[in-house]
Design a protein around this ligand. Sequence first.
Ligand SMILES: Nc1ncnc2c1ncn2[C@@H]1O[C@H](COP(=O)(O)OP(=O)(O)OP(=O)(O)O)[C@@H](O)[C@H]1O
Ligand SMILES: [Mg+2]
Length: 282
Amino acid sequence: MFAAAKGSPGVTTTVAALAGSWPAHREALVVEADGSGGDLVVRLCPASEDAPGVHSEPTTVHLAAAARGGLSDRVLLEHLQRLPGSGEIRALVAPPSPFSAATALNSLVDAGLAECLSSLGSRDVLVDVGRLDPGSAELELVRTVGQVVLVVRPCVSSVIHTRELAAGLHDLEVEVSLMVLGEKPYPPAEVAAAIGVPSLVGVMADDPIGAAGFEGNSGRPRAWARSRLVRSAAMIADRLAPPPPPPPPATDGEEMVSRSAGNLSDESPSGVTAATSTGGER
Ligand SMILES: Nc1ncnc2c1ncn2[C@@H]1O[C@H](COP(=O)(O)OP(=O)(O)OP(=O)(O)O)[C@@H](O)[C@H]1O
Ligand SMILES: [Mg+2]
């Protein structure tokens, strides 16, 4: 769960960058649980009718209607769209209208969205909760899940609003950690200390040019993919994602080969060690 205090520090951009950089051995799903209205439909709409992109449906509104008889992981998975770009992450998107998005989110939270998200098995769900306000469905979702990463800018106003929000979440027994966006003018460790939250999950690059590649300028997907922002997201995603499964045990034949390779290198001080990659590649 990724959220923020007031000020729009970059939650949606952070979630999109992390999901797009998620290690290949895991499937990342994005859920736009922002009752202020979704951004993915707006920013990633297709350039032409048959081009890849995010369409105006299905959204959380369609899922909420389908979930009247009960929200299950099957129904949720039927309402995902593919985000354009390499990796083609799937996402549950919110409609741009705050009225529709808030109504849909309220009914999904009542239908058990939190429980449903935690039953999605081997998939890693990145939830963009947006701004957390008291009494909101977003706050109820975060409270039920019990943990959230607050995205914060290293400036005085963002730090103070985040500090107050973190204190309120602490009272609700929500486990809070931080994602800091940039290192100036205050270093991330100082930001975390000022907010009173020691757990720092990562530091995203403050990269306005890279972020602009995700602002609906469909001609700039390459700038986005190569940006400092996405490179910093990739390092954080590697740490956040569960590690790859261990390689299968060597078969008898492979064991013989590796034993004889071991013998060879024993005999030859200049023997070359052959390393075999067993996963973790993108
Ligand atoms: N890492 C970054 N470096 C520089 N600019 C960024 C970064 N991330 C986001 N931005 C910029 O910050 C602005 C807000 O970004 P974004 O929409 O992701 O924020 P948000 O917190 O989701 O806002 P909202 O509350 O409206 O949903 C955008 O102009 C975006 O380009
Ligand atoms: Mg947002």
